[in-house]
Ligand binder design. Structure first.
Ligand SMILES: NC(=O)c1ccc[n+]([C@@H]2O[C@H](COP(=O)([O-])OP(=O)(O)OC[C@H]3O[C@@H](n4cnc5c(N)ncnc54)[C@H](OP(=O)(O)O)[C@@H]3O)[C@@H](O)[C@H]2O)c1
Length: 327
């Protein structure tokens, strides 16, 4: 069948994105054809568009249909694929989602509860599953934990703030403007530091009476990582989970020595690779969404053809909630 897709034929800025007609083969034995209804725009899509960021974001062969996740409806399961039947509403984490239709491994399809709208899945499935492993499994936060989150008013920041606070942690956020500070405060953060005007490490040390945060969730990378080492407590964990400002690059391991700091650079893929773990993570996220524990604002719904605009908004630090693309 033919479908519309946002593809790149070379790596580069948003101008490299093109609306193409592409031919999809019939689903293979382990696949299903999904009609996408709400497509997520995540930082991973920007890394994919730009080229080689290393690790799970190593450049893929071109031309390439962009995207890492969507909500949709199963239109055709592959022969013997198992998985949910035709007509099931599903979400998935998987490549090539910037399209009208996508072939998805049947094992990766996540049936959706009726109560969770497609656009919430588009905006929050990838971010919510990430917050699930960051807060509940990688560094389980609990009552009394002090957690620092960079870019607290961004898509990931909104989920981490609310979920972390619900787990009992004291959430401290950093943001790039006073308007974003207000948004962070309304989404779980007890204290917010504007790193445009304040030294965030000094401020976090003040806020924690000189102790430092127990855990730091850093999705910014280059601009925030080294300074984060100055406000983590002894034996605390700095989780470098994203690189919105650029890769951290090489650094002196001795920087960790005097406080026995633990540093990790995780990817969602490792934390949902096991289907049972993925199912449990999705269940926890859906419960948090259905119970209203996490509110899920959506900044905008844009037609798929305007995907480049969505990228400009995200990388231009203009968003304080996710944007979704509608084919
Ligand atoms: N490892 C994983 O498993 C995983 C999974 C999902 C997402 N992530 C990571 O999570 C991070 C957040 O993703 P998101 O899609 O929700 O984005 P987002 O947080 O909505 O947007 C990124 C934010 O980073 C801040 N920022 C600081 N310096 C920046 C710069 N030089 N350029 C752009 N932004 C800058 C901006 O907030 P301020 O203006 O407030 O500074 C911006 O709004 C990304 O790094 C992504 O790679 C990782």
């Amino acid at each position: 069948m033919r479908t519309t897709a946002i593809r790149i034929h070379r790596h580069g800025g948003p101008e490299a994105m093109r609306l193409d007609q592409v031919e999809l083969p019939d689903p293979g034995p382990q696949e299903a054809l999904v009609r996408n209804t709400a497509i997520g725009v995540n930082y991973a899509d920007i890394y994919e568009r730009e080229g080689d960021h290393g690790g799970p974001h190593t450049a893929k062969p071109l031309p390439l249909t962009l995207g890492h996740m969507a909500a949709g409806v199963v239109e055709a399961p592959g022969e013997g694929a198992g998985g949910p039947p035709v007509g099931t509403r599903v979400g998935y984490i998987g490549g090539g989602s910037y399209a009208g239709h996508t072939l998805v491994p049947a094992s990766r399809l996540i049936p959706l509860p009726d109560a969770i709208p497609d656009e919430v899945v588009g905006g929050y499935l990838l971010r919510g599953l990430t917050a699930e492993y960051l807060l509940r499994r990688l560094f389980p936060v609990k009552a009394g934990t002090v957690a620092l989150v960079h870019a607290a008013a961004g898509g990931m920041g909104l989920v981490l703030g609310q979920w972390g606070a619900a787990l009992g942690a004291r959430m401290i956020g950093t943001v790039g403007s006073p308007a974003k500070a207000e948004i962070a405060r309304a989404h779980g953060y007890d204290a917010v530091v504007d790193y445009g005007t304040e030294d965030f490490a000094e401020r976090v040390m003040e806020l924690t009476d000189g102790r430092g945060a127990d855990v730091i969730y850093d999705g910014i990378g280059k601009a925030a990582f080294l300074k984060s080492l100055d406000c983590i407590r002894p034996r605390g964990m700095v989780v470098s989970y994203g690189t919105a400002s650029g890769n951290v690059g090489e650094f002196d391991l001795q920087r960790l020595h005097s406080k026995s700091i633990v540093v990790t650079r995780p990817t969602l893929r490792s934390w949902i690779a096991d289907p049972q773990e993925a199912e449990a993570a999705a269940r926890a996220l859906f419960e948090a969404l259905e119970s209203g524990l996490i509110r899920t604002p959506i900044a905008d719904r844009l037609p798929l053809a305007r995907a480049a605009e969505a990228h400009r908004l995200l990388e231009g630090r203009a968003l304080t909630a996710p944007v979704v693309l509608v084919p």
